[in-house]
Design a protein around this ligand. Structure first.
Ligand code: UDP
Ligand code: MG
Length: 316
């Protein structure tokens, strides 16, 4: 009998939570009375996560493990899970129990009503720093204003996708990916399920500021040329402005109005400011070129060290 629901769980240094996550997920999945699989994707953890996951796999054949050769990042781990999941529906959930596993039941219900994508929408976030909440709020809205793709706000990767969507995902090989954006880009019939985002069960966030910034740039750069357009606009604006200034100065000079010896400070300020803008714009262009370079190299998205409990269906 085929698997009805696959649950993909990316784990990175989650030794403090993985057993509890397994327990909660299993309770929920067993209550459905249908066949399921839980796929842990170990994203190069440096603690005992892999060991614990193997232990769980040994005692429960519903649990499977994809062990990466190193840390490839959260979004890549999710992708690997989706690539290998064999369920008719695939759920992606964080390992830290911030996304309550019980919500999966609501998602399955919506899925049975005929929706291809059921995404969890956070109506409240508990136990996170003000900084995280604020940056998240601003980020989702900013991203929306930057892109043409309809990416729902306040939505993480906690979602259910139908087999059709999962198969469509597999045809997309882009790097530096923003999975939830790609899912929105694909289209399909989607519906939200609201939930309250809980406190992390244990351990600390695996998304330090550096990863958050990388994540946000990936999201914006993969779905929008607007940064380039803004750069063009800014550049044109400054050029027109300087040109007018130039004409005015020439006229003043010809008419012999004004004193031109001092003014070094203003010149230095203008020059520094313009150079700053030029460098910033170069940086934006560089970001895009770097991404093109990544695509051109065409390296695999991830490298797997080992898989545990896989069946023929998973490797298909
Ligand atoms: N994660 C991962 N690789 C990483 C960072 C995070 O697989 O490089 C996983 C992590 O184990 C968790 C999920 O991604 O299951 C979300 O991370 P976290 O809860 O730390 O992020 P936050 O909720 O603080 O944004
Ligand atoms: Mg979390």
């Amino acid at each position: 009998m085929g698997v009805v629901c696959s649950v993909v769980v990316p784990v990175f240094n989650e030794e403090e939570v993985i057993n509890e996550t397994y327990k909660r997920l299993t309770e929920v999945m067993q209550s459905t009375g249908e066949s399921y699989e839980i796929i842990f994707v170990n994203d190069g953890s440096r603690d005992k996560t892999a060991l614990l996951a193997r232990e769980i796999c040994k005692n429960d054949s519903n649990v499977k493990l994809i062990d990466f050769s190193r840390n490839f990042g959260h979004q890549t781990a999710i992708t690997a899970g989706m690539d290998h999941a064999c369920g008719d529906a695939v759920v992606v959930i964080d390992a830290d129990l911030q996304d309550p596993p019980e919500v999966i039941l609501d998602m399955l219900k919506k899925w049975r009503e005929g929706y291809d994508i059921v995404y969890g929408q956070r109506i409240k976030r508990e136990g996170e720093t003000i900084f995280k909440k604020l940056t998240a709020k601003v980020f989702y809205r900013f991203l929306r204003s930057m892109t043409e793709v309809d990416i729902p706000v306040d939505t993480g990767d906690f979602r259910l996708i139908d087999r059709k969507v999962c198969d469509a995902m597999k045809t997309i090989s882009e790097r530096n990916r923003y999975v939830r954006g790609i899912v929105s880009w694909l289209g399909f019939k989607s519906a939200p399920v609201e939930f309250e985002r809980k406190k992390r069960f244990a351990g600390t966030t695996k998304y330090p500021l550096k990863k958050m910034i990388k994540f946000a740039t990936d999201a914006i750069m993969s779905f929008s040329y607007k940064p380039l357009k803004i750069a063009t606009f800014f550049g044109s604006f400054v050029s027109v402005f300087s040109f007018i200034g130039l004409i005015v100065m020439i006229i003043l000079k010809l008419c012999g109005i004004g004193e031109y010896v001092d003014g070094w400070t203003s010149l230095a300020v203008i020059s520094l400011f313009l150079n700053g803008i030029v460098l910033m714009i170069l940086g934006i262009i560089g970001e895009y070129i770097g991404r093109i370079y990544d695509e051109a190299k065409d390296r695999p998205l991830y490298v797997i060290r080992e898989v545990v409990n896989f069946t023929e269906e998973n490797v298909k």
